[in-house]
Design a protein around this ligand. Sequence first.
Ligand SMILES: Cc1cc2nc3c(=O)[nH]c(=O)nc-3n(C[C@H](O)[C@H](O)[C@H](O)COP(=O)(O)OP(=O)(O)OC[C@H]3O[C@@H](n4cnc5c(N)ncnc54)[C@H](O)[C@@H]3O)c2cc1C
Length: 524
Amino acid sequence: MSTQTDPVDLFVIGGGINGCGIARDAVGRGYSVTVAEMNDLASATSSASTKLFHGGLRYLEYFEFRLVREALIEREILLTAMPHISWPMRFVLPYHKDMRFDSETPTSRLLTFFMPWLKGKRPAWLIRFGLFLYDTLGGRKFLPGTSTVDLRNSELGKPLKKYLQKAFEYSDCWVEDARLVLLNARDAQARGATIMVRSKVIAAEHKDDLWHVTIRTDTGETKTIAAKMLVNAGGPWVEDIIKNTVHLKTNEGVRLVRGSHIVTRKLFDHDKCYFFQGQDGRIVFAIPYEGDYTLIGTTDAEHNDLTEKPTCTVEEQEYLLKFTNKYFEQEITKDDIVWTYSGVRPLYDDGASSATAATRDYVLRINTSGGGPVLNVFGGKITTYRRLAESALEMIDETLGATTKIWTARVPLPGGDFPVNGVENLKNALQSQLPFFDAKTIQRLVRQYGTEATDIFEDATSLADLGEDFGNSITARELDWAVSREWVKCAEDFLWRRTKLGLRVSDKDAAQIDDYLTMQLSKS
Ligand SMILES: Cc1cc2nc3c(=O)[nH]c(=O)nc-3n(C[C@H](O)[C@H](O)[C@H](O)COP(=O)(O)OP(=O)(O)OC[C@H]3O[C@@H](n4cnc5c(N)ncnc54)[C@H](O)[C@@H]3O)c2cc1C
C-alpha cells in the first residue's frame, strides 16, 4: 500500500457528470482536487441518459418550477460552451384528446378538483400553456419558441398514424452525455486535478484533522490519499458510500429508479424528435440517433439491487414498442431493436409516492458525523450539472473558509472554442485538412472532438499516415489519442462511451481494437 503525503483540499468519489463537474469547477478556483472513479468515466448513469439538455416539460406538472427554470436557462449557456457535443433540437408533441396525466401529479389533482369533467385528460389549452411557460421561464436568446403544426400537411406527420392531426413544436437540446463527462474530466486535469479511473474508494477514515481515503485499483493495488474534505458524488451508490464506506449518520438516501432505452433502425427521415404522451400519463421520446437509428425511451422501474447491472428487460422493451406503435404508422417489432441500454436515476428520497413523482431536483448536504466534512450529492440532471457544481462550491467555500468566484459559465470545454453556429465552417476546414476522409467521418470527428480534431490528425496527408486502420474510420492515430488523453483502457470504453461506434463495429474489429489498446497500454 502506498500513501500520498500532501493532502488535497477535495477528494471526489465518482467520475460521473456530478463528480467531474464539481472537480473542474473546484480546481479552476484554486482548490487541489483528486477524483476516483471505480470503473470508466461515465460508466454508470451519466452515459445512460436520454441525452437531453432540457428543462423537463413534464416537471411543470409537478410544480418543479425552480428546477425547470434553472435547467431552461442552462441550455443556452451549455450549448455555447460545447457546440461540438451539443446542439439545438426541435421536439414535436402530437396532440390527441385521450392524453392523460399521471394521476399523482399536483396539476392532475388540482384539475380533478376544479374541473372534474376532464377526467384526468390533458387538454390542448393546458399543454399550450405549459409550453408558453417553457418558452418564457428560461429567458431564451437563440432557441426558437413554440409553434403549432398541422400534421396533415407536414413532413412531420408522415411517419405518424393518421388520427394524429395536430402537434406542438418546441425547443430543447441534445448532448453527448458520456463525452460531456470526459471533457469535464479533461479540463479539470488540464487545470491541475488528478483523475484516477478504475480506482474504487473502499474506505475513508477521519483522523488528525484529515480524511484518509483508501483506494483499490483494478490491478488490486491499494493506496491512501489524505484530503481536507470529501465529495460523495457516487450517483446510485451515494447512499452505499454514506453507509458502508464513510460510515456517516443520516436518514437521507436515494430512491433508485431504472430508465431504459431501445435503439432501433431509423424510423423517420427528418432531424426532429417526437415527444409522445401516453394514456398512462408517461411520456416517451423518439429521437434521431447517430445518423442511422432512432432512440426510444424511457421507462420508470424500481431498481433496488445495485449489484445487478441495469439492463432493459424484455417487459421494458415490449412496453416501449407498444407505446411507440400507438403513434407510428409502420409497426416496429423487437427485430427492429439493434441495441438497448439502461441507467439508474439516483433520486433524492423525499418520500414521494411513486417513482415518476420523486423529485428530479438535486439536493446537496454537508455531513460531519464522520469527524470531517463530506458533501453528499443526491439526484441531479445532466442539464443542471454546472449549476449543481456552483452550489456545491458555495458549500465547499463555506466549509473550508475560502472565498472563490464562479467562472464556468462562459468557458468552453476542450474542443468547444468556436461559435454555436460554427459547425459547418469547422467541417469544411477539417475536410480540407483531411481530404481522404468522407463527409460522414468528418461530421463524426467534428462532433466528437470539435477544434481538437485538427490537433489529433495534425500532419496527416493520407490515411496511411494514421497507422493501422480498424475499419469504420477508426485509425491507430485516434486510438492513441483516446489512450493518452481520454483514459481509454479497452475497446468498450472507446466504442460505447467516447464514441457510439459500437453500433457499427463488428465483434472481430472490436477484438482487434482491444488487442491494439492492450499493446499500447502495456508500453505506458
Ligand atoms: C434513463 C435516464 C435518462 C435520463 N435522461 C436525462 C436527460 O435527458 N437529461 C438530463 O439532464 N438528465 C437525465 N438523466 C439524469 C442524469 O443522467 C443523472 O442525473 C446524472 O447522470 C447523474 O450523474 P452522477 O454523476 O450523479 O451519477 P453517475 O453518472 O452514476 O456517477 C457516479 C459514479 O460514481 C462511481 N462510484 C460509485 N461508487 C464509487 C466508489 N466507491 N469509488 C469510486 N467510484 C465510485 C460510479 O462508478 C459512477 O461512475 C437521466 C437519467 C436516467 C437514468
